[in-house]
Design a protein around this ligand. Sequence first.
Ligand code: TPP
Ligand code: MG
Length: 371
Amino acid sequence: MASNTKKAEFNAKKQLEQVEDQFQTVQILNEDGEVVNEAAMPDLNDEQLQELMRRMVYTRILDQRSISLNRQGRLGFYAPTAGQEASQLASQFALEKEDFILPGYRDVPQMIWHGFPLAQAFLWSRGHFQGGNIPEGVNVIAPQIIIGAQIIQAAGVALGMKKRGQKTVAITYTGDGGASQGDFYEGINFAGAYKAPAIFIVQNNRFAISTPVEKQSAAKTIAQKAVAAGIPGVQVDGMDPLAVYAVVRDARERAINGEGPTLIETLTYRYGPHTMAGDDPTRYRTADLDNEWEKKDPLVRFRKFLEKKGIWNEEMENEVIEKAKEDIKEAIKEADNAPKQKVTDLISIMYEEMPQNLEEQYAIYKEKESK
Ligand SMILES: Cc1ncc(C[n+]2csc(CCOP(=O)(O)OP(=O)(O)O)c2C)c(N)n1
Ligand SMILES: [Mg+2]
């Protein structure tokens, strides 16, 4: 017979509420570009703040141009990024060049700012082998298409860094949908158990293609999923570049000091469609929701903040826009001039030492291509 005292001791509902209460959204800049959390302000000088703004403006143009290029048939796969600039670029801005990025398909901007050439990003979009051939010294891998697979890979890369005694981190990105995958739980659990210096970013843009986040999980936050892995979880305003920078920088510090991984949920929104392959967001999102999120725009609030400080103006912004357009024009030309790819190219870049079965196929194709 269960007694009433027992019932009171085991209050499952309260347990859940207590967990959820711990995941309040970190914000530094509000929608009007005002500092609402001075104590959390990251240590960035004026030049660094301007550079972060430049990158966000540049990337917004890159997104617009990529969408046009895709519609003209000059790019292949493209997953729009507008709306997610703070989440993507401020998190990359908190890294060092030696850190390793394991991106998802929407995370091409972070790769570019980590040193991956734009022309190669365009080639990746076209499925050209040179798009997956990462230059030496650029610590990224090609974007992951399998949802959640990069979480496990990041745990492994981070553990490798730890074993080599490197003071670096592996950072990986997935979406709200990715946080429902088995790989996600396995990856954060493993990294937690081995105190691997990993940073797991879940960009919660509220939709996995057309499925709203509320339908994917009963958890009120994605950040709280960290609790089960025994690692810290932080939910941050993903439209606020300063807050994103601050939490990622903090996670990086703890990781390189041997304190293990962190799960970071960035609350963000993608203004465009899921990809350019043809989904229609008006069939799964309301105009009201779009408007609500556009008011939170990361560029608008950061611009206001910088203008108030007197370190940003229209002329500077126009300069960045022109530079972006120029770079994109050059990069697409370079991509157009890439050699037509052969099957042997695809095979030869896959492994340092070719396995026997591929050697056989390589020989067959080499023969065919010589005719
Ligand atoms: C293992 C796996 N299952 C399904 C898919 C098909 N798929 C591609 S994108 C996507 C939605 C992912 O949504 P989310 O993780 O929220 O990322 P977002 O696209 O919003 O950035 C799905 C289900 C896939 N690529 N891989
Ligand atoms: Mg999503």
